[in-house]
Design a protein around this ligand. Structure first.
Ligand code: NAD
Length: 561
């Protein structure tokens, strides 16, 4: 099904569809598959193992054809990457509704999913791949930066070195991680933005080279001794540095532990959620895909054995005093299936560092300039800083991002904003489109790694205060509410991030085209969507969420008499 067909979204102000409300999803679908953005566009794979934007090229062509002719009161339905129907709705309804990879509970396993996929009946949508709002590695960069900033603060608190803002720095620390793919590739830059040193291991040299080319990684080597010498020199000098090492994480993590290399922080973002996307020891990159396709069960067993070895080393680093966490790829669960009894002795990153932000409805908010003009993003950056002048943390982030982030595909920006903040940004962007300050409409969305739209017991909802980790009503309510509020496209997925059987999540995207109708929709969607995050955390009993709800006026029926 591989096809060499470079896809690139249109730029500029000339419509190829009938309105900006359909041009938005059309350009974003194409942008997801732009070779500058997608990891393996020839197979329609965007990121995250096998996360795809469309079922196959025929389905892709049919989606493009339909979006090009869709009317402003019609809605296209997409079932796991294939367009299946067009219905007359109304102007407030989404232009596209998407359901990806959903399976009934008892059937929600990788083998069953793969059987159905092989029959051509489904597709793995990951999170933002099948919902057409992936923006390259930048999309996860701020979240990764925030996580490492929280790690820095925790280490500083332990060592008595907190700064005046209660934060810390990673200066003089060494982080070890694995996986330099679409998401994992953000790790080296996130660590060096926090002034630390990082060694990142990936089996595939082309992935590490891509991060060097895009400015996310400083250096790469194929030699372990050389890598150790480089990172230890930088650590001693407290000089930020990222070094990529070509190797298998299972082998390298165990070897570094045995050599007692002084590593302070350990995590991993290989594609462990899918055992066929994690390379076992003793298998080469060249052999990988044919072997996985021919003998999936044997491959899975070997991949899990290697994950057992890697996670056992991670636990060993924790025993030796390092800060260790699972970075949202299910490696603990897969290692446990491979026989690692101590896999869950280190926490997931959400309960460890991110949940307080989720309680405020904060999460990876993002927007894209449909014009393709970086000047539009510069103008929106300025607008964000004017809207939130008090937020020093946000200022630091936007300034660093302007300096360090290389755009991939259509220019985009990400920043973490919460309940009663996002709609202010959206409203301002819409005004800027209307006044001509921006040259074309802006698409506004978010990741599914989010506060109110995910049920994922190994990640976003791990260790919820009330034990409600696996309750999946919340993402479904989020999708229904976004549909009722006027989002331009809404999606419901299963299995993103952590793999089939382990998550249910929803996405929304809205097009700010400068019209009064878009302004009304933006006000509702960008208030209600993060509002469901606060609601979810109020219901689970988080005090910070209760405070936010009371201060910012979220109605909670159970509080009313
Ligand atoms: P990707 O498929 O683009 O990249 C995975 C990388 O892992 C590849 O470069 C591959 O070569 C490498 N790899 C596979 N096996 C390896 C091994 N044994 N040793 C070393 N390297 C190996 O995936 P991605 O988009 O970077 O996502 C990575 C993982 O993180 C996925 O499981 C994804 O679901 C998860 N994820 C986490 C977050 C988060 O914020 N924590 C967000 C999104 C996705």
């Amino acid at each position: 099904m591989s096809e060499s067909r470079p896809v690139r979204a249109a730029r500029g102000t000339t419509l190829t569809a009938r309105s900006w409300q359909t041009e938005g999803p059309l350009r974003m679908l194409m942008n997801n598959l732009d070779p500058e953005v997608a990891e393996h566009p020839e197979n329609l794979v965007v990121y995250g193992g096998t996360g795809k934007a469309a079922r196959n090229w025929e389905a892709y062509d049919a989606i493009v054809r339909t979006l090009t002719t869709l009317e402003k009161d019609e809605t296209l339905l997409v079932q796991s990457g294939k367009p299946v129907g067009v219905f007359r709705t109304n102007e407030w309804a989404p232009r596209v509704l998407i359901a990806n990879s959903n399976l009934v509970g008892d059937w929600a396993t990788w083998p069953e999913f793969r059987r159905l996929e092989a029959l051509g009946l489904t597709m793995y949508g990951q999170m933002t791949a099948g919902s057409w709002i992936y923006i390259g590695t930048q999309g996860i960069l701020q979240g990764t930066y925030e996580t490492f900033a929280a790690v820095a603060a925790k280490i500083a608190a332990r060592r008595g070195g907190l700064d005046e803002h209660g934060g810390g720095t990673l200066a003089g620390t060494l982080t070890l991680t694995g996986g330099a793919g679409g998401m994992g590739g953000a790790q080296p830059l996130a660590v060096t933005m926090n002034d630390g040193v990082v060694l990142i291991v990936d089996v595939d040299e082309t992935r590490l080279q891509r991060r060097v080319d895009h400015g996310y990684l400083d250096e790469l080597t194929t030699d372990l001794d050389d890598a150790i010498a480089r990172v230890l020199a930088a650590k001693a000098e407290k000089r930020p540095l990222s070094v990529g090492l070509v190797g298998n994480a299972a082998t390298v993590f165990a070897e570094l532990l045995a050599r007692k290399v002084p590593i302070d922080i350990v995590t991993d973002q290989t594609s462990a959620h899918d055992p066929l996307a994690y390379l076992p020891e003793g298998v080469t990159v060249a052999e990988w895909h044919a072997y996985a396709a021919a003998k999936p069960e044997e491959f899975t067993e070997r991949a899990r054995a290697a994950m057992n070895k890697q996670v056992t080393a991670m636990v060993g680093f924790q025993d030796a005093g390092a800060e260790v966490f699972d970075y949202g790829n299910s490696i603990r669960a897969e290692a446990q299936l491979g026989g690692c009894e101590r896999a869950f002795e280190f926490p997931g990153f959400v309960p460890a560092y991110i949940r307080p932000l989720f309680a405020e409805g904060k999460g990876p908010f993002r927007w894209v300039a449909l014009s393709g003009d970086p000047a539009d993003i510069a103008a929106t950056d300025k607008a964000i800083l004017e809207l939130f002048p008090e937020d020093e943390h946000l200022r630091r982030w936007i300034t660093k991002a302007q300096d360090l982030v290389h755009f991939e595909g259509l220019p985009a920006r990400i920043c973490w904003l919460g309940y009663q903040e996002r709609h202010l940004a959206g409203r301002r962007f819409n005004e800027m489109v209307a006044s001509g300050e921006l040259s074309a409409p802006i698409v506004i969305g978010r990741d599914h790694l989010d506060s109110g739209s995910v049920a994922s017991p190994y990640r976003e909802t791990e260790a919820m205060k009330d034990g409600s980790d696996a309750i999946a009503d919340w993402p479904l309510l989020n999708a229904l509410l976004n549909t009722a509020s006027g989002a331009t496209w809404v999606s419901i997925h299963h299995g993103g991030g952590v793999g089939i059987g382990r998550s249910i999540h929803a996405g929304q995207v809205i097009v700010a085209d400068g019209t009064p109708l878009a302004a009304e929709k933006i006000e509702r969607v960008l208030t209600n969507d993060p509002g469901t995050g606060v609601m979810r955390h109020v219901d689970a009993g988080y005090e910070r969420a209760e405070e936010v709800a009371r201060e910012r006026g979220l109605r909670v029926p159970m509080w009313e008499s």
